[in-house]
Design a protein around this ligand. Structure first.
Ligand code: PLP
Length: 714
């Protein structure tokens, strides 16, 4: 996300929410109207803390997550701030006699975990606990069930909070709450209160479609009015034990948050620190204002007048926090680390181009035909996580992988659509196919039978060999094909074949491809004649779509086209689509050295300088997927505006380029090995060609050691 397309609305509302929290603790309208005070502090200001939870959830919780390192980071950070806040308030705790209470240890533990060691600090442990619960709910159950579970917790919380008057009278229920209150003073905590807002925040972030501003404003307005009525009624009937939680607070927050998201613009980075600082420090400022009033005999103005009291606490808190924020900026960590992973060698993937390609392919296909995104081999080296979660988010509903483990990974990343395994899976893993809802390719009649004997109900696509002679039942073996349809535990929901020379426009190859297509359809018709209901059909991969765009199928299995490159340079195709490369491969210059004429460079002494030279060492090698065949002048690399040759042999982790004459190249410069530009000299197809291979191989060999850096996140 760039600097001018950030959620300015969220940044601004952080400040508003922090001031609303001060409102709760100072009751600005208390001197004027009891009802006014109730409405302001017990209803309006109650949106503040859920807003903070939702914001954290928005940036943290996602169904698409590879591991829980983000969660750990969040909890660590929250614990760090909590630690500081606890320390800050120890003097006040001392003064107020906190350490003289009965059952000190027990109470300290309870306070640290739930209630906060100073009254408002409960927010920090609640935030960590709420995030943790929401994270696992969403990962394990998906949003629908997670939201249901979090709502159930919230409901339990309600009955111990605003609705306690109802629950308190029922004996069994009451003893449950008596137990709860021994552990936590309120149900407004990390278990009952926070999770639902974290889940809602994550849900909002993962939703592709935002509610429009007028609709969300309207939704907020209506929910708020009802929440006001709810609060006043509960207050009137005296049902509240505490007044943080309302039923209508949940829809209220949902719409409010959606409305806030519409305000986009410049990132206001400081607001986050500022609002947190105000949140933590304002009770201290209440004490300071009181002290000040006492010393200067200004109690009448500064304390008795609730509005002035509120304003002076706000002013003091904001001024203090602005100073702290400025100091942190000035003296905080200076050396901003560059983006993680860009210190040695890395892959950059441009998700805007990926999205563009997926849409372009979808448009080029026959109506009703679906894109099946082939993401095998770490999505052709682009990073299966980054690619498949992006495609899932933009609505791609079918994926193909090579192995069952790739399929399971996709599920763990949160991918929802169909997942077809193109290769062989050991039959004893049938239960896993079922558990992760994966579709298995039936590669032969014997295989289908063996899989069926496992007894787990499995979805499958039947592969037909029409002339490639790799996987599949022969297209002439109608009996075997027909029998597969009657296997008890296997549901055949697709039939497909693979073309072996659809990339060639030579007459013999075109004829062979037509023959393959005809064989496939003859089989289909024969099955139809025998009364079999024909499931989904697919034939084309990328080149099948390029060169045989008229085929009427249910899916196109697109791999290389999705990544926006041709297999080889300058290929002719029947249909020319505007596809854009997604991946760049980059590394860094880590060392520059002069080498006199006549010296050898690298293993095997196979390069000898013919002049006094300057060479640069790049921190990337064949273990990162750079083909060793690019050694000794076969490969070129871009550094700044120069295109420089690879000299000597490429090593496992390093390679050398000749930069003689390119005086301005310096240590730390970025070197580009594959460039994500259609007309570059360094397209994947050209680089692969220099190495004597095709881009498919070049790309998919990069999936192991290199970090993937995402650009243009959608
Ligand atoms: C890999 C693969 C594809 C994708 O091929 P591209 O040429 O990259 O589009 C399609 N079908 C099968 C069976 C495959 O193995």
């Amino acid at each position: 996300m760039n600097k001018y397309n950030s959620y300015t609305g969220i940044d601004f509302f952080r400040l508003i929410a922090a001031l609303l929290v001060i409102t709760i603790h100072t009751s600005p309208l208390a001197s004027f109207s009891e009802t006014g005070d109730f409405v302001l502090t017990r209803v309006v200001a109650r949106v503040a803390v859920p807003f903070f939870f939702m914001t954290s959830g928005f940036f943290l919780i996602s169904r698409y997550s590879r591991d829980n390192s983000e969660l750990k980071k969040f909890i660590k950070k929250t614990a760090f701030f909590y630690g500081i806040a606890i320390l800050i308030y120890i003097p006040v705790n001392l003064y107020s006699g906190y350490f003289h209470q009965d059952n000190l240890i027990q109470n300290v533990i309870k306070d640290i975990l739930f209630d906060g060691t100073f009254y408002h600090l409960w927010y920090l442990p609640a935030s960590a606990l709420g995030a943790w619960i929401a994270w696992y709910l969403v990962k394990r159950l998906g949003y629908k069930k997670a939201l249901t579970a979090a709502s159930a917790l919230y409901l339990l919380g309600l009955l111990g909070d605003s609705y306690y008057g109802l629950a308190g009278n029922i004996p069994g229920v009451n003893s449950f709450y008596q137990f709860v209150f021994q552990v936590s003073d309120y149900t407004r905590n990390g278990i009952f209160f926070a999770p639902v807002f974290f889940v809602l925040g994550g849900l909002t972030a993962d939703m592709r479609h935002r509610i429009s501003l007028p609709k969300s404003a309207c939704g907020f307005g209506i929910s708020f009015v009802f929440m006001l009525a709810e609060a006043l009624l509960l207050h009137y009937f005296d049902l509240q034990r505490h007044d943080s939680m309302y039923v209508l607070l949940v829809p209220c927050m949902y719409f409010l948050f959606h409305a806030i998201l519409h305000f986009r613009g410049k990132r206001l980075e400081r607001m986050r620190t500022l609002s947190l600082c105000i949140y933590i420090i304002h009770p201290m400022m209440i004490i300071v204002v009181r002290l000040f009033a006492k010393i200067f005999h200004m109690q009448n103005l500064l304390i008795e007048n609730s509005l002035v009291h509120f304003l002076s606490v706000c002013a003091a808190s904001v001024i203090f926090s602005v100073i702290v924020t400025a100091l942190l900026r000035r003296y905080g960590r200076k050396n901003r680390k560059p983006a993680a992973g860009t210190d040695r060698a890395w892959i950059e993937v441009d998700l805007k181009n990926l999205t563009h390609n997926a849409k372009t392919l979808q448009k080029a296909m026959q109506p009703k035909c679906q894109l099946m995104a082939v993401v095998k081999a770490e999505a052709y080296g682009h990073g299966a996580f980054e690619i498949s979660t992006c495609l899932d988010q933009i609505g791609v509903k079918a994926f193909a992988v090579a192995t069952i483990d790739e399929g399971i990974h996709l599920r763990k990343y949160g991918v929802r659509g169909e997942i077809l395994i193109l290769g062989h899976t050991a039959v004893w893993r049938a239960a896993e196919l079922k558990r992760y809802n994966l579709i298995q390719t039936l590669i032969s009649y014997e295989y289908a039978n063996a899989l069926n004997r496992q007894g787990a109900s499995v979805k499958a696509h039947l592969k037909i060999d029409t002339g490639m002679h790799r996987l599949g039942i022969s297209c002439y073996d109608i009996t075997a094909v027909k029998q597969v349809f009657s296997l008890k535990h296997i549901t055949v929901c697709g039939i497909y074949t693979h073309l072996c020379c659809s990339d060639s426009l030579q007459a013999v190859d075109v004829a062979y491809t037509h023959e393959q297509i005809n064989r496939f359809y003859s089989l289909i018709h024969a099955l139809q004649d025998r009364g079999i209901t024909i499931p989904k059909l697919h034939i084309q991969s990328s080149y099948g779509l390029f060169n045989y765009p008229g085929l009427q199928c249910d899916y196109v299995r697109a791999g290389i086209a999705l990544y926006g490159v041709f297999s080889a340079p300058n290929e002719e195709t029947v249909r020319k689509l505007d596809l854009r490369p997604v991946l760049s491969l980059k590394s860094k210059v880590v060392l520059i050295r002069p080498v006199p004429k006549g010296e050898c460079i690298g293993y095997g002494r196979c390069f000898v300088t013919e002049r006094d030279s300057r060479i640069a060492i790049l921190s990337i090698g064949y273990a990162d997927g750079v083909p060793r065949n690019l050694s000794c002048g076969n490969g070129m690399i871009r550094i700044r505006h120069y295109l420089v040759p690879v000299i000597g042999r490429i090593c496992m982790d390093q390679l050398t380029v000749d930069i003689t004459g390119a005086e301005d190249i310096a240590v730390g410069d970025v070197a580009t090995l594959i460039e994500a530009k259609t007309d570059s000299e360094l397209t994947a197809a050209i680089v692969a060609d220099h190495a004597g291979s095709i881009s498919n191989e070049l790309l998919c060999r990069m999936g192991t050691r290199l970090p993937v850096i995402v650009q243009n996140k959608i």
